[in-house]
Design a protein around this ligand. Structure first.
Ligand code: ATP
Ligand code: MG
Ligand code: FE
Length: 344
């Protein structure tokens, strides 16, 4: 079946088209430049940008795939979680196209879509699998027994998300928004062992209650203190070394806990998704350490890690193949959609 996916949960208007596990089109319009001067995404600006971009992006995706809306078998759309006004634009568009072209519609979870997108790169996901979901708003470890029906949370961040930590540290280093890709770039010229930043929730006493949870706010504060001390002393801040050392601390904890979850449950597949999965150090470290334990790491190409429509189409395609019932045409835009709910 030919599945079209619509994504508007944050600042990317994405429309993707897939057939089975094959990606046919991935059109994206981003309002990121409009938010950059505010140092974060401005919800009203994002909603308006989606409204302007949704139809042209839809047309671009259909043209790229060489199909018309009549050829599409089902439409999937991000129902949540995300910015309420932004989600509404995608959901309303999906309903409009579904009604006009008489197609079934699936309201899907953006976070499950971050995991499902890997099927476009590596084919069907072996189940059970452990998923490390690391994005701008979320950091979770999940056990996946049947992605079409639900995911089981093993742990999550108790404060900042990984991507949020990257963005905040980038900001205090004077790097542009969003900072994740900038830290990644700066870190390549730095020494990851230069500064020993803390590894949150990895001390024996923390592991007892928070074995699979994450905490990045202490790390962020440690970086801020370190930079301030330098500035007070009138010394230059070695941006590349700070970036590399911070990045190393984040990746060390993420990879350590994800592999612990795999080994403890005897699961041999680790899939990594979300914007932070685009990080070059995270990818390399995960592959390297997993290989020692015979665990296979699946992480899609960086472009598929950050928000896009293809990921929504990929999850829709998986749901259709699994025989999941479509959503009702009055499906909601749910800004607080729980992680455990894969579709509505
Ligand atoms: P959520 O998926 O939780 O709703 P989101 O959709 O806003 O949040 P994503 O697009 O999945 O987030 O990810 C964006 C985040 O990924 C940002 O915080 C960004 O800095 C981070 N990011 C992107 N590329 C990299 C990279 N190379 N290294 C580290 N972080 C990165
Ligand atoms: Mg974005
Ligand atoms: Fe996302």
């Amino acid at each position: 079946p030919l599945i079209l996916g619509i994504e508007t949960s944050c600042d990317e208007t994405g429309v993707g088209i897939v057939r089975g596990h094959t990606l046919l089109a991935d059109a994206i319009a981003s309002s990121v430049d409009e938010h950059a001067r505010f140092g974060g995404v401005v919800p009203e600006v994002a909603s308006r940008a989606h409204l302007e971009a949704i139809v042209p992006t839809m047309d671009r995706a259909l043209a790229e795939a060489g199909v018309t809306i009549a050829d599409i078998d089902a439409i999937a759309v991000t129902s949540g979680p995300g910015l309420a006004g932004a989600l509404l634009v995608g959901v309303a568009a999906a309903k409009g196209y579904a009604l006009a072209a008489e197609k079934p519609v699936y309201g899907v979870n953006h976070l499950a879509a971050h995991v499902a997108v890997d099927t476009l790169e590596h084919g069907p996901l072996p189940e059970p699998a452990i998923a490390l979901l690391v994005s701008g708003g979320h950091s979770s470890l999940l056990r996946i027994d049947d992605l079409a029906r639900g995911v089981t949370p093993l742990g999550a961040t108790i404060d900042d998300a990984a991507g949020e930590a990257f963005d905040k540290v980038a900001r205090l280093l004077g790097l542009p928004f969003p900072g994740g890709p900038w830290i990644d770039r700066e870190a390549r010229a730095g020494d990851a062992g230069a500064i020993g930043f803390p590894r949150g929730l990895t001390a024996p006493k923390d592991l007892a209650a928070h074995r699979y949870d994450f905490s990045f706010s202490g790390l962020k504060t440690a970086v801020a203190r370190w930079v301030e001390a330098r500035q007070r002393a009138g010394e230059p801040v070695p941006v590349a070394d700070v970036a590399a050392s911070f990045q190393e601390a984040v990746c060390d904890v993420l990879v350590g806990k994800a592999l612990d979850a795999c080994r403890t449950s005897g699961i041999e597949t680790l899939v990594i998704g979300g914007g932070v999965a685009a990080n070059s150090r995270l990818r390399a470290m995960a592959e390297h350490r997993a290989a020692k334990h015979g665990i296979r790491v699946r992480v899609p190409r960086p472009k598929l890690c950050t928000d896009n429509g293809a990921m929504v189409a990929a999850l829709g395609s998986h749901l259709v193949a699994a025989g999941v019932t479509p959503s009702r045409l009055d499906l909601p835009a749910d800004s607080a959609m729980p992680l455990t709910l894969v579709s509505v």
